[in-house]
Design a binder for this molecule. Structure first.
Ligand code: SF4
Length: 416
């Protein structure tokens, strides 16, 4: 397939595909799906080998957010029945983080609900970072605290935060449909503040919120331009009590096409398989490891993931290996650029809640070269693609989403 050969060659050169090529990946048929995964898998292995980085989420403060992000169970007026608690003490957060590290995580993502931190909140998070690093010197810390005010990124960097997560979530054109209390530009600004302060930026998307193929390509191209080191790809977890609770728009095949498109557009970036992988990819989860080089271990912010033990078994069974702390995640050209900039991820974009400019660096181990959302059917049909069986309904997916009742904020041990 000429399209796939072209995309592999571009991925190995870190060259941006055209919008038409990215859209064509999303419009491929089920007959072509394994070829798509194999092609994007070549790009993934060229830059990241068979390594899988594990990240662990610690929800420092849950629920009671004044913002109205329609996908989020922590939003203003949420009726989701999630755990609600205020700031964990540093030692409580460190204990939760320690469970993730013991499970194999090399990055801990410290997330707090809210529009953004106060300066006092930054103090709290700084103390938490110190408590975690006292026990685990090598662990990477990513903070995800919402919109940042002047000087806060620098303070977090000074406290030891290696990275900052803030997702774009969806295209600029549709942003106002999912959130009205802040803007897409606010989000871009916070990612840029984190980068300017020397932190590694983590910024991604949520698929499955009724967006079109064009919207998905828009947000991924915007991410490439913003150039985060890590791009979490969340698949909407339609949590009861949120406005999007009935949005079961994704199929496993659609999720794989989205991940492949992200890999082709952001070839040398840490593409992270984030929230919603269990409920949308289901038995096809292991195939996604050929596309993403990073996942969250265990539970998400307010919902439960599969057991950490099952995550590790899945990685081993699929022939991949957990990335150790002695290995640098990013390819040398990106890691060197980050080091020169002084840089060393999570939830204000779904439940798990960091593309690069072209250059001349070579891949490390050179490799050669459904249900479709209702509003995407016309695009796929127009492209001549095979349209899979319907994604499903709220009723057919009843029981797939479990609200988190263990770990941070409870007396029960965390899932890691
Ligand atoms: S995504 Fe973040 S800002 Fe939006 S409602 Fe949820 S916690 Fe609040």
């Amino acid at each position: 397939m000429d399209l796939l050969n072209t995309l592999v060659e571009k991925g190995l050169r870190r060259e941006t595909p055209s919008r038409e090529e990215a859209l064509a990946v999303l419009a491929t048929s089920d007959d072509e799906l394994l070829d798509v995964v194999a092609a994007a898998g070549k790009v993934r292995r060229a830059w990241f080998g068979r390594r899988v980085k594990l990240n662990y989420l610690v929800n420092l403060k849950s629920g009671l957010c004044p913002e109205d992000c329609s996908y989020c169970s922590q939003r203003l007026g949420s009726k989701s029945g999630i755990l609600k608690y205020t700031w964990l003490k540093p030692e409580q957060a460190a204990a939760a983080a320690g469970a993730g590290v013991a499970g194999g995580a090399k990055r801990v993502c410290l997330v707090a609900s809210g529009r953004g931190p106060t300066d006092r909140d930054v103090d709290r998070v700084s103390q938490t970072i110190a408590a975690i690093k006292e026990e685990h010197q090598d662990v990477e810390i990513c903070a995800c605290l919402g919109l940042l005010s002047d000087g806060q990124a620098e303070r977090l960097k000074g406290a030891g935060a290696n990275a900052y997560n803030h997702n774009l979530n969806t295209s600029e054109a549709t942003y106002g449909d999912i959130t009205t209390t802040h803007t897409y530009a606010d989000r871009v600004s916070t990612v840029q503040q984190a980068q300017a302060a020397g932190m590694s930026a983590c910024s991604g998307l949520i698929a499955g919120m009724g967006e079109s193929d064009e919207d998905l390509v828009d947000v991924v191209f915007s991410l490439r331009e913003l150039d985060p080191d890590s791009v979490p790809v969340n698949f909407l977890i339609p949590i009861e009590g949120t406005p999007l609770a009935g949005d079961w728009n994704l199929t496993p095949q659609r999720c794989l096409r989205i991940l492949a498109m992200v890999r082709f557009v952001c070839p040398d970036v840490e593409v992270r398989l984030a929230g919603g992988r269990e409920i949308h990819l289901r038995t096809l989860q292991p195939l996604a490891l050929n596309l993403a080089n990073s996942i969250f271990l265990g539970d998400y912010l307010t919902t439960e993931g599969q057991s950490g033990k099952d995550d590790l078994a899945m990685i081993a069974d699929a022939g991949f290996e957990v990335e150790g702390t002695d290995t640098t995640t990013l390819p040398a050209h990106r890691a060197d650029a980050a080091a020169a900039a002084g840089a060393g991820c999570g939830g204000h974009g779904g439940e798990g809640g960091g593309c690069g400019p072209c250059g001349d660096a070579a891949p490390v181990d050179a490799a050669p070269v459904d249900a479709v959302p209702a509003d995407a059917v016309p695009a796929q049909a127009a492209a001549g693609a095979t349209v899979s069986a319907p994604a499903g309904t709220r009723e057919s997916h009843a029981g797939l989403v479990a609200v988190r009742r263990r770990g941070a904020g409870t007396d029960l041990p965390p899932n890691a």
